[in-house]
Design a binder for this molecule. Structure first.
Ligand code: ADP
Length: 245
């Protein structure tokens, strides 16, 4: 496949918080159906990269979706699933309402869910193993369940690209296997998935490609090549810092 077939082309994306360059110029291409791990130490810019691509924070560079330059307000094809700890659970909202928010992009004007939207919400909840949880308040769920609700919302949004921040942290072995198998199903249907994780064993065993990040893109390739001794030393070295963007 060529970059013309890419679902996502990231070109020279860079992010600064004030004077602090959190992410130097970063470029890569994602093909339909790819499952990609994003690895790097804490503070490497993984969340920053995802939030920039989702259009939540300002950035330099271009984000091209299906060959079209995409303004940050038009990134409905990209869904960002934040870390469990970043979700404000005080907001009184039910599981079904959260997932239904993903259907908004299919309606113009005032959002009145149709029967088909309710059916899709149920289907997405079932895909993440949360059947019959529709009326539960988000605040009563465990961290892992909240993350699966947010994944269900992304599925309801029918996004082409899912970006999951630390989705596999604090998740028990059974749900890790379930998530990995759900990723495989979604990728087989053409969805592209990026997952940031610290679990290098999981990356080596379940991913074909990883992006190694530490303030800038240090490696992009097969885990067997990118997660070797010298590459790992570079990746986790404190001296590898972002360059001014
Ligand atoms: P990671 O997800 O890899 O742990 P982050 O993207 O969260 O890394 O952070 C990258 C760097 O940017 C860190 O040094 C972090 O402290 C800084 N940072 C993140 N968010 C902000 C913010 N809102 N304001 C200022 N600095 C931030």
């Amino acid at each position: 496949m060529t970059s013309a077939d890419a679902v996502l082309a990231v070109q020279d994306v860079a992010v600064s918080y004030g004077d602090f360059p959190a992410l130097s110029s970063t470029s890569f291409v994602v093909q339909p159906g790819e499952l990609i791990a994003v690895v790097g130490p804490n503070g490497a810019g993984k969340s920053t990269l995802f939030q920039a691509l989702a259009g939540f924070i300002d950035h330099k560079g271009d984000v091209i979706v299906h060959g079209e330059h995409c303004h940050h307000l038009e990134r409905q094809a990209i869904a960002y699933i934040p870390q469990q700890s970043d979700v404000d659970l005080r907001f009184p909202i039910t599981v079904a309402e959260v997932v239904m928010a993903g259907r908004r992009r299919f309606h113009t004007g005032r959002f009145r869910p149709l029967v088909a939207d309710h059916a899709r919400v149920n289907e997405c909840l079932s895909l993440v193993d949360l059947n019959d949880m529709n009326d539960r308040s988000l605040s009563t769920l465990s961290g892992g369940q909240v993350q699966r609700v947010l994944l269900a919302r992304a599925l309801a949004q029918e996004a082409d690209i899912l970006m999951l921040d630390e989705a596999l942290s604090g998740v028990d072995a059974r749900h890790t296997e379930d998530l990995i198998s759900l990723f495989a199903t979604l990728c087989a249907q053409g969805t592209s998935i990026l997952v940031s994780t610290h679990d290098l064993h999981l990356v080596r065993t379940h991913f074909n490609r990883c992006l190694a990040l530490n303030g800038r893109l240090i490696g992009d390739g097969a885990p067997a090549d990118e997660l070797t001794g010298t590459q790992l030393e570079r990746l986790f070295s404190r001296t590898t810092s972002p360059e001014p963007s």
